[in-house]
Design a protein around this ligand. Structure first.
Ligand SMILES: CC(C)(COP(=O)(O)OP(=O)(O)OC[C@H]1O[C@@H](n2cnc3c(N)ncnc32)[C@H](O)[C@@H]1OP(=O)(O)O)[C@@H](O)C(=O)NCCC(=O)NCCS
Length: 335
C-alpha cells in the first residue's frame, strides 16, 4: 500500500496582529513597508485560554467535519510542535479533548519549519509498514508566546496556527508521497532559537542573542533570529535540495505542477523562486493572512491551494520545508 494525504485543513485563532497595529508601535516601518518586505498583512495570535493543543484540536475538528471523517478511525496521532504548554505531550491532550480511542498511539515531534515534511515521512512509514491505518498528523505552534514585543524583526513574521492532515492508504499502484530528501546542520541552531528555552541557560548556545548584542531587553526566554544567517542558509540548501528531489523522482523542474515551500516570508520566497527559475503561477504563496506559522505553513498553503482551486487531483506537487535546527527537507506528492 502507498500512503497519501487523504485530507488537509487548518485553524487560526481569532486574535489578530495587523501591520496597522505594528506600525503604531514601530512608526519607522509603515504598513506598506512591512507588507512589501514580508508579504504579510496580518497574523493570528492565540489568547491566554488557547494553547498549541487547543489549536490542534480545532484544526482536527475542521478536518473531521469538512471531510466526513469519523474520529474513531484514527489509530495514531503525530503532533509536531515546538511550543508545548505542558511538560507532558500535547498529543495526549489532543487524544483526550477529541475523545479519541484509548487504544491508539499519540506522540509529539519537536521540529520547526521543516516539521510537516519530516512528519509526513514518519506517517508514511507507519501506514506503509502496516503499523497504522489512519494517522492524524497535526502541526501546531504558538510562537507568539516566544516573541519579544519589542523585537520587530520576528514580530512581523510569526503567527500562531495549527493544521490537521489525514494520512491513510491510497491506491497501491500510485506513488503518492515519494522522493524524500532531508538535511540537518545542528551547528546553525543558534541562528533561530529561544536561548533559555530548555533547562540549560542559553548564553553558551547563542552568544549573539545576548541583550547587549541584540539592543533590546531580553530575559532569554524569547525568540532570537539572525535574519541574514537564515536567509543565507536557505539560499544555500533549497536549490540543491530541489535538485536532489527531482533527481530522485526522475523529474525535471517543468514536470512539477506546483511548488509549495515553507511560507517563511514572501521576500525570501520570491528570491528563491527567481533563483530556481520557477514561474509565479506554479509557485504558491499564501501567508498574507497568517504569517509564518512554523510547521503549519505548508499544510495551510496546501489547504488554501485546494480551496482556491489551484491544487487539483493528480497534480505533481513539491513540498519543501526549512528553518529551525537548522533543518530542511522536501518530497514529491502526487495529489
Ligand atoms: C529578515 C529579512 C527579511 C531582512 O531582509 P534584508 O533585506 O536583509 O533586511 P535589511 O535588514 O538589510 O533591511 C533592508 C530594509 O528592509 C527593512 N526591513 C527589514 N525587515 C523588515 C520587515 N520585517 N518589515 C519592514 N521592513 C523591513 C529594513 O528596515 C531596511 O529598510 P531601509 O532600506 O529603509 O533601511 C531577511 O534577512 C530574511 O528574509 N531572513 C530570513 C528570516 C526568516 O524567514 N525567518 C524565518 C525562518 S523559518
Amino acid at each position: 500500500m502507498n500512503a497519501r494525504i487523504a485530507a488537509v485543513d487548518y485553524f487560526l485563532p481569532a486574535g489578530e496582529l495587523t501591520n496597522e497595529h505594528l506600525s503604531v508601535q514601530f512608526p519607522e516601518w509603515t504598513v506598506d513597508k512591512i507588507a512589501a518586505k514580508t508579504g504579510i498583512r496580518t497574523r493570528h495570535i492565540a489568547n491566554a485560554a488557547e494553547s498549541e493543543a487547543s489549536l490542534a484540536v480545532m484544526a482536527a475538528r475542521a478536518l473531521f467535519d469538512n471531510n466526513d471523517i469519523e474520529s474513531s478511525a484514527i489509530d495514531f496521532v503525530l503532533l509536531c510542535t515546538q511550543s508545548s504548554d505542558l511538560s507532558s505531550s500535547a498529543a495526549r491532550t489532543v487524544q483526550r479533548q477529541l475523545g479519541l480511542r484509548l487504544g491508539i498511539a499519540a506522540i509529539d515531534i519537536n521540529l520547526g519549519c521543516s516539521g510537516y515534511v519530516y512528519s509526513l515521512g514518519l506517517a508514511k512509514g507507519l501506514v506503509e509498514s502496516g503499523v497504522a491505518k489512519n494517522v492524524l498528523l497535526l502541526t501546531a505552534d504558538t510562537y507568539s508566546r516566544y516573541v519579544n514585543s519589542a523585537d520587530k524583526s520576528v514580530r512581523t513574521l510569526f503567527g500562531d496556527g495549527a493544521s490537521a492532515s489525514l494520512i491513510a492508504a491510497g491506491a497501491a499502484e500510485s506513488r503518492h508521497l515519494y522522493a524524500f530528501e532531508y538535511g540537518t546542520n545542528g551547528s546553525g541552531g543558534n541562528a533561530l532559537i529561544v536561548p533559555n528555552g530548555g533547562r540549560r541557560p542559553g548564553q553558551d548556545i547563542a552568544p549573539s542573542s545576548a541583550t547587549d548584542v541584540r539592543g533590546l531587553v531580553s530575559n532569554g526566554f524569547d525568540l532570537f533570529m539572525d535574519g541574514p544567517a537564515i536567509f543565507n542558509f536557505t539560499l544555500s540548501v533549497v536549490p540543491t535540495t530541489v535538485e536532489s528531489i527531482l533527481h530522485k523522482a526522475g523529474l525535471g523542474l517543468d514536470d512539477v505542477d506546483l511548488f509549495v515551500f515553507h511560507q517563511a516570508n514572501a521576500f525570501m520566497l520570491q528570491h528563491l523562486r527567481r533563483k530556481l527559475g520557477i514561474p509565479p503561477e506554479r509557485f504558491f504563496i499564501s501567508l498574507e493572512n497568517s504569517g509564518n506559522t512554523v510547521s503549519s505553513t505548508i499544510p495551510i498553503a496546501l489547504s488554501e491551494a485546494q480551496k482556491q482551486g489551484v491544487l487539483q487531483p493528480g497534480m505533481r506537487v513539491m513540498l519543501l520545508g526549512f528553518g529551525v535546527g537548522l533543518s530542511w527537507g522536501g518530497l514529491m506528492v502526487q495529489w
